[in-house]
Design a protein around this ligand. Structure first.
Ligand code: PEP
Ligand code: MG
Length: 742
C-alpha cells in the first residue's frame, strides 16, 4: 500500500492555505489512519520538544508538555532520528510519563522524527489503546506526513521568525585549520539534497512520465561515467577488473527495480517525483545507519549516490550556481571534487573528515582556499544559506554569527590583507637567519595555476611538483604529449630556479575516477612507485614526458614511496633508459628519492652513494613512523613532528647526508609552519619546500632567528627529554621569549 491518495489530497488542500494548521493536520491524520491519538511535538531552542498540537491527548497539555531530546519515547525518536514503533510504550525503559496528557490510556505508539536538511524539527506521534506494532505501510504513511510536516514547520519558521522552531542561534565549532585564511559568506551544504519545493503532484500520470524520463537520463549519465572512468577496462589487470566489478554493481543498483518501484509507488500515491525520491532516500539513510555489514553499506551508499543523481536528472541536470563568497561544508571531499567546487567559485571549505596532511588539505592550501576540518555534527547543524564565518587562522567555524562578530571579522580580514602586504615587502630580500645562515624556501606545487606563486612569494624554486594533481583534476592519466606540455610550462615559469619533479604518486587517498580502492589499507597498499614499477609503461611514459619537457635544460626527478634501495635502482634504471633515447638530453639529470618510508633510514649506507638528493616527505613519514593514518582526524593532534623521535631521525639524516655530500630538503606540509620550519633549520636542514602560504611567514620567522641559540635549545631538549610525547611547548615558549613571529 502506498500513502492513501485521499489523505494526501486533503493535506494538499490544507497546505494550499499557506499557514501551519497543526490542529487540523493532527485531526486529519488521526481520522485517516484510524489512530486514537495523533500529536505533533516541535523543537524549541535549547533542544526541548514541546507538544504543539494533539488529537486525542488532553488539550491543556498543548504548550505545556515538554521533553528534552533523549527523554521519553518522543525524545528518543528525536535523539536517534529513527522511528520508534512500540506495542507497549509505557513499559519501555525510556518512557517518561506526563500526567497532564492523559496518555496512560494508550498502549501502543509510533513516534517518527520530523527532519529537514539533516536537522530534527520535531516528532510526529500516533497512539492507540490496543497494544500493537504498526505495520510497514502505516510507518510509511506517518513518515510521509512527517516529511510534509517538516515543510510546514520550516515555512512557519521562515514566516514567523519571532518564535523559532529551529536553531537560529549562533553556534561555534572548534576546528582544525587545513589551509589558512578567513571566509565570510553563506553556507552551501554538500550533503543530502535540499528538500523539494513542490511536494504534491496534481497529475500522478504526468509525474510518473517525468520520473521515467529522469531515470533514463540518470542511467545514461552512469553509462557515460563508466565509459570515461575505465579507459583500460578491456585489459585483464586486477585493478581494472576490480574497478569494472564495482562499477557494474553500481550500474545494477541504478537499474534495480526495487527502489525505483518504491519511488514510483510514492508518486502514484500523490507525491511529486522529487518528494517521492526524498521520501525513499530518507528511508535508505535510516536503514544505512542500522546496517553494519560493510558490503551492504557500500550498496546502500551507492543507492544514496544514485538518489542525488536522480534528483539532479529531475532538475534537468544543471548544477545550481554557487552564491558569491559561499562556504562549502561536506562530510568528505576528494581532491577532484574539491577542484570542481573551487572552479565553481567557493570561497572556503569545511570538511568533517579531513586532516592537515590529507590531500584535500594540500589542495586547499595550493588553491589558497581557507579550509577547516570540523567535528562530526557540524554538517547537521548547518543549513544551506545560513551565514557563517570560517576562521582557519584561529580554527573555528561560526554558524549564524551575530552581526558584531561579522563586523569584527571583516575588520580582521582587512588587517590580514595589510599583514600580507607587509610580508610582501620581505619577498625580495634574501632568506636567511638573523645570524646570516642562508636557507632556501621552495614551493610545493601541483597545478599550473600555482606557478604565479613563484614570483608572488619570491620562492627559490619548486621543491616538490606533485605530478598526479593535474591528472586528478582532469580525472584521467594524460598522454605523453599532454604531460610534456604541462612540465614544460612549469620549467618555463621557473626559469633559472630549480624544480624537483616527483613521479606519479597515485593511490591511497589520491584516486582517479573508476579506481576505487579494493584494499583494506590503501595507504600501505599498491600505490605510488609500486604501481609505477609494476606497470613500467605508465612510468616510462611519464619519464619520457619529463625528458621531452626539459628539452636540454636541467632536470631533477624524484621517486615517491621508495621502500628499498632496489626499488630506487629499478626506477632510476627506467629513467636512464629513457634518457638515453630522448634528444636533446638534459644538461644535467639529477635523480633523487623521497624519504617517506622509515625503512630507508636503515639503508642509508647503500642509498646515499646512489642518489643525487633526498627530500623528506614528512606527511607520509610521520604516518608510517607513528602508524597513524594521515587521513584520520582524531589522530592529527596525537603525534608531533616536534617530538624526540622525529627530531632524532632528522638529525641523523642531516648527519648522514652531510657526510655523503647529498643535498637534503624537506617537502612535507610541516615545512610551511614557522615553528616546525625553525626547528628543522635548527637541526641543519637548509632547504624547505612548502605551500605558498607558508613562504613569507617562515621567511619572517627565520629572519628573526638566532640559530646557534636554537641549536643549543634543541640539543638540550633532545638530551633531557623524559619521554614527552611532544617538545612543542618548550620550543614555542622559547620562540615567544625571543620575539619570533610564530
Ligand atoms: C609527503 O608525504 O610528505 C609528501 C610531500 O607527499 P604527499 O603529501 O604528496 O604524499
Ligand atoms: Mg607522500
Amino acid at each position: 500500500m502506498s500513502t492513501p491518495r485521499r489523505l494526501l489530497a486533503r493535506l494538499r488542500d490544507l497546505m494550499a492555505r499557506g499557514t501551519a494548521p497543526m490542529p487540523e493536520l493532527v485531526r486529519l491524520v488521526a481520522a485517516e489512519l484510524v489512530t486514537e491519538v495523533c500529536s505533533i511535538y516541535v523543537m524549541r531552542p535549547g533542544e526541548v520538544l514541546e507538544l504543539a498540537a494533539t488529537e486525542g491527548l488532553r488539550a491543556e497539555a498543548v504548550g505545556t508538555t515538554r521533553l528534552r531530546v533523549g527523554e521519553g519515547i518522543i525524545g528518543l525518536a528525536a535523539a536517534t532520528q529513527l522511528p520508534q514503533n512500540l506495542a507497549d510504550a509505557q513499559n519501555h525503559p525510556a518512557f517518561a510519563w506526563r500526567p497532564e496528557t492523559g496518555e496512560d490510556l494508550y498502549a501502543s505508539m509510533l513516534a517518527v522524527p520530523v527532519r529537514r536538511a539533516g536537522r530534527t524539527l520535531g516528532v510526529l506521534a500516533v497512539q492507540n489503546r490496543t497494544p500493537r506494532n504498526y505495520d510497514a505501510d502505516e510507518v510509511e504513511v506517518v513518515e510521509t506526513v512527517a516529511m510534509l510536516l517538516a515543510e510546514l514547520l520550516a515555512a512557519h519558521v521562515a514566516e514567523a521568525g519571532e518564535q523559532a522552531l529551529v536553531d537560529t542561534l549562533p553556534r561555534r565549532f572548534s576546528a582544525v585549520p587545513l589551509a589558512p585564511g578567513v571566509a565570510i559568506g553563506p553556507i552551501l551544504v554538500n550533503g543530502p539534497a535540499a528538500a523539494p519545493r513542490r511536494l504534491l503532484a496534481e497529475d500522478p500520470a504526468q509525474e510518473l512520465a517525468r520520473l521515467d524520463a529522469a531515470v533514463v537520463r540518470m542511467q545514461q549519465g552512469i553509462d557515460d561515467l563508466i565509459a570515461a572512468g575505465l579507459p583500460d577496462a578491456a585489459t585483464t589487470k586486477p585493478d581494472a577488473v576490480a574497478s569494472r566489478e564495482i562499477l557494474d554493481a553500481y550500474k545494477l543498483v541504478a537499474a534495480d527495480s526495487g527502489w525505483l518501484k518504491r519511488v514510483a509507488d510514492a508518486v502514484r500515491g500523490g507525491l511529486s517525483a522529487e518528494a517521492a525520491v526524498h521520501r525513499i532516500a530518507a528511508d535508505l539513510r535510516d536503514r544505512m545507519r542500522r546496517v553494519t555489514d560493510p558490503y551492504l553499506r557500500e550498496r546502500l551508499a551507492d543507492i544514496e549516490d544514485m538518489v542525488g543523481r536522480l534528483l539532479a536528472a529531475l532538475d534537468g541536470g544543471e548544477a545550481a550556481p554557487v552564491p558569491p563568497g559561499a562556504i562549502l561544508i561536506a562530510r568528505r571531499l576528494g581532491p577532484a571534487e574539491l577542484l570542481a567546487w573551487h572552479a565553481r567559485g567557493i570561497a572556503g571549505v569545511v570538511i568533517e573528515e579531513a586532516t592537515p596532511s590529507g590531500h584535500a588539505a594540500i589542495l586547499a592550501r595550493a588553491l589558497g582556499l581557507p579550509a577547516l576540518a570540523a567535528p562530526r555534527g557540524t554538517l547537521e547543524a548547518a543549513e544551506s544559506d545560513d551565514e557563517a564565518v570560517l576562521d582557519a587562522d584561529e580554527g573555528q567555524l561560526i554558524l549564524r554569527p551575530e552581526q558584531d562578530v561579522v563586523r569584527h571579522y571583516r575588520r580582521a580580514q582587512e588587517a590580514r590583507h595589510a599583514r600580507a602586504a607587509n610580508w610582501a615587502a620581505l619577498r625580495d630580500r634574501p632568506t636567511a637567519t638573523a645570524d646570516g645562515t642562508p636557507v632556501a624556501l621552495m614551493l610545493n606545487v601541483g597545478l599550473a595555476l600555482e606557478l604565479a606563486q613563484l614570483d608572488a612569494t619570491g620562492a627559490a624554486g619548486i621543491g616538490l611538483f606533485r605530478t598526479e594533481i593535474a591528472m586528478l583534476a582532469r580525472g584521467a592519466i594524460a598522454d605523453t604529449a599532454e604531460q610534456a606540455a604541462v612540465y614544460a610550462r612549469v620549467l618555463d615559469a621557473a626559469g633559472p630556479r630549480p624544480v624537483l619533479f616527483r613521479t606519479l604518486d597515485l593511490g591511497g587517498d589520491k584516486l582517479l575516477p573508476g579506481s576505487a580502492p579494493t584494499e583494506e589499507n590503501p595507504a600501505m597498499g599498491w600505490r605510488s612507485l609500486r604501481v609505477g614499477l609494476d606497470r613500467p609503461a605508465l612510468l616510462r611514459r611519464q619519464l619520457r614526458a619529463l625528458l621531452l619537457a626539459a628539452g636540454g635544460r636541467d632536470l631533477s626527478v624524484m621517486f615517491p614511496m621508495v621502500a628499498t634501495v632496489a626499488e630506487f635502482r629499478a626506477a632510476r634504471a627506467l629513467l636512464r633508459a629513457e634518457a638515453a633515447r630522448v634528444r636533446p638530453a638534459p644538461a644535467r639529470l639529477s635523480i633523487g628519492t623521497m624519504l617517506e618510508i622509515p625503512a630507508l633510514m636503515w639503508q642509508l649506507d647503500a642509498l646515499l652513494p646512489e642518489v643525487d638528493f633526498i627530500s623528506v616527505g614528512t606527511n607520509d613519514l610521520l604516518q608510517f613512523l607513528f602508524a597513524a593514518d594521515r587521513g584520520t582526524p582524531g589522530l592529527a593532534a596525537r603525534y608531533d613532528l616536534l617530538s624526540a623521535p622525529v627530531l632524532d631521525l632528522l638529525a641523523q639524516l642531516v648527519e648522514a647526508c652531510g657526510r655523503a655530500g647529498v643535498p637534503l630538503s624537506v617537502c612535507g606540509e610541516h615545512a610551511g609552519r614557522p615553528l616546525e620550519a625553525l626547528a628543522m633549520v635548527g637541526l641543519g636542514i637548509t632547504s624547505l619546500s612548502m605551500p605558498a602560504s607558508g613562504v613569507l611567514p617562515v621567511k619572517a620567522a627565520l629572519a628573526a632567528l638566532d640559530l646557534p641559540a636554537l641549536r643549543n635549545l634543541l640539543a638540550a631538549l633532545r638530551r633531557t627529554r623524559d619521554g614527552a610525547a611532544s617538545l612543542r611547548e618548550p620550543i614555542a615558549a622559547w620562540a615567544r621569549e625571543h620575539g619570533l613571529p610564530v
